[in-house]
Ligand binder design. Sequence first.
Ligand code: PHE
Length: 380
Amino acid sequence: MKRLFLRFLILVVTTGLLFTSSCSKEGGDTIKVGEFASLTGKEATFGQSSHEGTLLAIEEINAAGGVLGKKLQLLTEDTQSKSGESATVVNKLVSRDGAVAILGEVASTRSLEAAPICQQSKIPMISPSSTNPKVTETGDFIFRVCFIDPFQGTVMANFASKSLKAGKVAVFTDVKSDYSKGLAKFFKEQFVKNGGQIVAELDFNGGDKDFKAQLTAIKAANPDAVFVPGYYTDAALIAIQARQLGLNVPLLGGDGWESEKLTEIGKDAVEGHYFSTHYHPDVGSDLSKRFVDNYRKRWSGKNPDALAACAYDSALVLADAIKRAATTDGTRVRDALATTKDFKAVTGNITINAQRDASKAAVILQVKGGKFKYLETVEP
Ligand code: PHE
């Protein structure tokens, strides 16, 4: 009797599982969208800001009736800013949870880890803000809604040459990060093209605490400025230790500097330094203004950063593609994403090019009074 009951139980459970998994894609009453983000760990503010932007977009889309008559359901996974986690959680989202598309990640190294899984499963992936060119080179299911680092590197090299009139620059690269290595290379190429000289090239490992040996070598090379294409925690510590060593030249960074933690950790030491990024809430269209208002309302008065804006846009671009595809079939949504043209978004108009990247303007910001002050916009 007991055994019979057990068999019955197993039968019920397995049919239940089969039923939910077969319904999860087309048949269910929601459309599942997967999101992977660094909600905790070294780059936690990247994941948190992105998640807040993504969720706001999903809530707004649902409030306006959803997509194809269904609500979007956001399934969020934390990559903990750790290597290895992105593959694990994206595998789960795709194979177990039945996500029809994936949004994420911010850090290029983590996007690169998950992209082959999406490509193989024919599930479209959209990175909101990974800028290394290799991310979308993974394959035709991998997209992004932001510019790439050959452009960002050029923007900061020209800023160094033309605005700062720097002739000699040192470059300090995080060799653990694909983003940092790529951006350093593109910056150097353009800076040399401008007639500038790279007087020192030093490396660090993301997460290091002591940068004094390398900074001492940089100081000895007597540069006019130092390019530090890293993430905010490292950049802030580098700025503090540069000051302590009497290296008092401008530091330049890329979008990886963007976090309120940069000034929280770096305080006075980051004052006056410059970085490039995707968006600033003070400039932009009516769409951007509405986004800032709604974001502040939704997230208790917090101002959105570029990460939130790019993530918001990634969800809008996906919803638009699913609508145009009129199905959640991965290949058809991929085709629709590839033909995204002049889509009005918060960070600018988005056209997906043949490389599945978006060609968009960059903004240059300066740290002033603990805030990020808008300086200029550079068109592609
Ligand atoms: N572009 C960075 C990368 O590819 C990530 C990033 C984007 C960080 C925007 C901050 C702001 O790794």
